[in-house]
Design a protein around this ligand. Sequence first.
Ligand code: SF4
Length: 371
Amino acid sequence: MGNPMKNSCYMGIDVGSISTNCVVITPEGGVLSEIYRRGDGHPIESVQKCLSQLTAQLSDEYCVKGVCTTGSGRVLAGAVVGTDVIKNEISAHARATIHLYPDVRTIFEIGGQDSKVTIVRDGVVVDFSMNLLCAAGTGSFLDSQARRLNITIEELSTRAMTSEDPTDIAGRCTVFAESDMIHKQQGGHEQKDIMMGLCHALVRNYLSNVCNGKEIKPPIVLQGGVSANKGICRAFKEALQCDIVVPPYNMVMGAYGAALIASKSGIEKTKYRGKEASTHIIITKGFECGDCPNCCEIIEVLDADEVIGRTGGRCGKWEGRTEPREALKGTGPIGTVFGTSAGGLTEYDTCRLLDNVPDLIQIGVSKKRRS
Ligand code: SF4
């Protein structure tokens, strides 16, 4: 893929549950191209469409010298485009934020279906927490209430900003919020006040659930899809009594961070498959591993008859592997397979997450859980 006569650029792709985002940058970190695309439940097609749009935007002067994928679909996306590096989303988001705001101490990231807080001290991630179970501190909370009010999420954001007397909404969960909202509507509260009340409810939930026990200190950067909502920024400012920074690439920070990681990974020869990968017919097949009692379902990604990647499995032995199945079958799990914790995110997931970020994270929980 390398042409020495062309300028180098690096690609980052973030595949989440709600959107697929791609960013291309110069080696210095300048953004050349960015795509934010709402997912339609077809991650492979979504990645291919992003790749096609991105390469169409990119001038012929540039040549992709490295790719990094992140997000929950990072392995799948990596197989489709040919990735050099795969990183979890905590690392990717933190890398982007620290690059833009070296003195950041708290990163709030609120997406459509999950939300996270990352604590940074002196440019290093020292702690994080994520909420994968309850929708009340995520974008889907506002989406469902906006639908209930028959308005768009953009209208909700604009109208909430005009409220001078926000309504107190009991928003501990979407079900309570909806019944309380109906009660407040019937009680004659203005719609703009109810909308701002919903923003306050989301922020209250996020701070009490996701940030519980975390040391929240400014400067605070808010990113992820929900950061585009001005009502949410206002609610955070009022709750924390400090300024909240929304970065310029707030919707695609994961992809931007991934591109930055690719640019600093010392990639000599990229595995990037080129823009042609957007036109290939790529399918997935599942099979059961069965090499230990977990009996994990493994997803195999195929381009024609060629296996271009695998994902799934609690021990990670199939992740990204393309050898014939027989070469890995019957070898048992790799590493230690952890059980499920009460918090929803398995300890195994957390440990793998931490294992993936040794360059950024230095916290006691990883050592504690490994011992
Ligand atoms: S060996 Fe790994 S992938 Fe296979 S069933 Fe066990 S934990 Fe799952």
